[in-house]
Design a protein around this ligand. Structure first.
Ligand code: PLP
Length: 491
């Protein structure tokens, strides 16, 4: 593919390619700071993470002075880049007007405008938005809303939820219950929400049989879901929950074509709600505002969640979007969603998210994300596609995963503890590029021993939608160098 000409393609520019304070891709090796006395409870009790002293565009500056190119926006959060002055101004202006009101009694202009900018024209029948502080809270709210929907319809026997293996829907007890990311879940079991079962993920690279066509694979998954509904009694099931593109657990895995069409049809047939979790893949990240839009006409969730790209990291915010079908039942019933939280639709969060979404809209960043995604795909496949341990490179828009395996062509996962993806992530960071590692312990990955102790190993590349082509080139080049260094270490 010919490189894009930034000057002639309005979806590509005009973003600067280097920060004023300079990019140092080959900085010295990062030492995590051993410090058992720090007061913050970090993920690791043994190490204090690097302190970021400032961030601008696609760059982070550590207090050591090192500059890191942020190729994953945290965990696919940063969509307009860091340090946008328009967002600061919106935050300040809101703080000057109203810093807080309780949503039981009041609303704010920014909350209403944010709902409007997302739901302008009721896209796909989505009618209402509900804002909370995190993706996990959004998932919990979505689960409660789904349960209430059937309560109001006097279908109180519906108490089961079906989700997918190798999914991650958040860290609260409710969201964790529907998740199936075993390392994040097992230490906290038994969870409080027992009526959850999990069906197979739609993960063709690992699970489609060589003898199967894509259509046959989709039919097999659809039959499994239908059979699970029948096992539970379809009249007893509340909802099926899935990410349109699986993010953190297995690394940007889109479903095979036709999968969500089949899922939607099965849910509709049984009157079961479809909840799509777009916390990670939504709000433009995959090249369309909602990821589900790429799954074909009529594939529409009854309830969906949003998170990271909604506010782009400027303030904590996530959301639930609700289809008229659900709203109408509440309207005709109790007339309320009794799920108030103190910081729901917080004015500061709504003001910053509104500013972010206005920028995304005004600058055509979703379209740009799609166009830059084509560049990223070409670079990733060109620079890493032939590497020995690179099994699969997949994704959409600016949401790409690279899966590492023992040997190209084998699809065989590394032995537990190898942490290939984690090693690549650390090495890339050492070379000046931050990518997001995944190294989930999963069940049933080809080559494992049948126990839940095999490891799929991935890194995610999910830079801001504003990333420049030259920056993508640096990201992929350093990632390839990092990969080469790790390959030399492990082979
Ligand atoms: N759902 C998905 C798909 C996610 O990737 C995440 C977070 O990574 C969540 C839900 C939970 O979001 P949060 O971490 O904001 O609570």
């Amino acid at each position: 593919m010919a490189p894009h000409d930034k000057n002639s393609d309005p979806t590509m520019g005009p973003y600067s390619t280097s920060p004023s304070y300079g990019f140092q891709p080959l900085a010295t090796q990062t030492k995590q700071n051993p410090d058992s006395n720090h007061a913050m409870l970090h993920r690791s009790l043994a190490y204090k993470p690097d302190t970021v002293s400032h961030a601008s565009g696609v760059y982070l500056t550590l207090d050591s002075g090192r500059t890191i190119i942020d190729a994953c926006g945290g965990a696919a959060v940063t969509c307009i880049g860091h340090g946008n002055p328009e967002v600061f101004a919106a935050a300040l202006s809101q703080m000057n007007k109203v810093s807080y009101v309780h949503t039981g009694a009041y609303t704010t202009t920014v909350a209403e405008d944010l709902a409007h900018i997302i739901l302008d024209g009721n896209p796909y029948g989505l009618e209402k938005a509900f804002f909370v502080g995190s993706g996990s809270e959004a998932m919990d709210a979505a689960l409660k809303l789904a349960r209430q929907y059937f309560y109001e319809k006097d279908e109180k026997e519906r108490k089961f939820l079906v989700a997918r293996k190798q999914s991650y829907h958040g860290n609260t007890i409710g969201a964790m219950s529907v998740s199936s990311n075993l390392p994040r879940k097992i230490p906290y079991e038994p969870l409080l929400l027992p009526n959850v079962s999990h069906v197979s993920p739609a993960y063709a690279y690992q699970y489609k049989q060589d003898t199967e066509t894509e259509n046959e694979y989709v039919s097999r998954l659809a039959s499994e879901l239908d059979a699970e509904f029948h096992r539970l009694g379809p009249q007893n099931v509340i909802a099926f929950i899935a990410e349109p593109i699986v993010g953190a657990t297995t690394g940007c895995v889109p479903a095979p074509p036709g999968y969500f069409r089949a899922v939607r049809d099965i849910c509709t047939k049984h009157g079961i709600l479809l909840i799509l979790d777009e916390v990670m893949c939504g709000m433009g990240r995959t090249g369309s505002l909602f990821a589900f839009e790429q799954e074909g006409e009529g594939v529409v969730p009854d309830i969906m969640t949003l998170g990271k790209g909604l506010g782009g990291g400027y303030a904590p915010i996530a959301g639930v979007l609700v289809h008229s079908k659900v709203v109408d039942v509440l309207r005709a019933g109790t007339g309320m969603f009794n799920h108030g939280q103190t910081y729901q639709a917080h004015p500061l969060s709504c003001a910053t998210a509104l500013a972010v979404q206005r920028i995304v809209k005004r600058e055509g960043l979703v379209k740009r994300c799609k166009a830059m995604g084509v560049v990223l795909e070409r670079l990733l496949k060109g620079n890493l596609g032939e590497k020995k341990h690179v099994g699969d490179i997949r994704g959409r828009g600016l949401f790409w995963g690279i899966e590492f395996v023992r040997e190209k062509g084998s699809e065989e996962a590394f032995e537990p503890g190898m942490e290939f993806g984690m090693r690549v992530q650390r090495k890339a960071f050492e070379f000046g590029t931050a990518v997001y590692p995944g190294s989930a312990t999963v069940d049933g990955v080809k080559g494992d021993n049948g126990n839940a102790d095999s490891e799929n190993s991935v890194v995610l590349v999910a830079p801001p939608y504003t990333v420049a082509e030259e920056e993508l080139e640096v990201i992929v080049r350093t990632l390839a160098e990092a990969y080469d260094a790790v390959e030399r270490d492990v082979d």
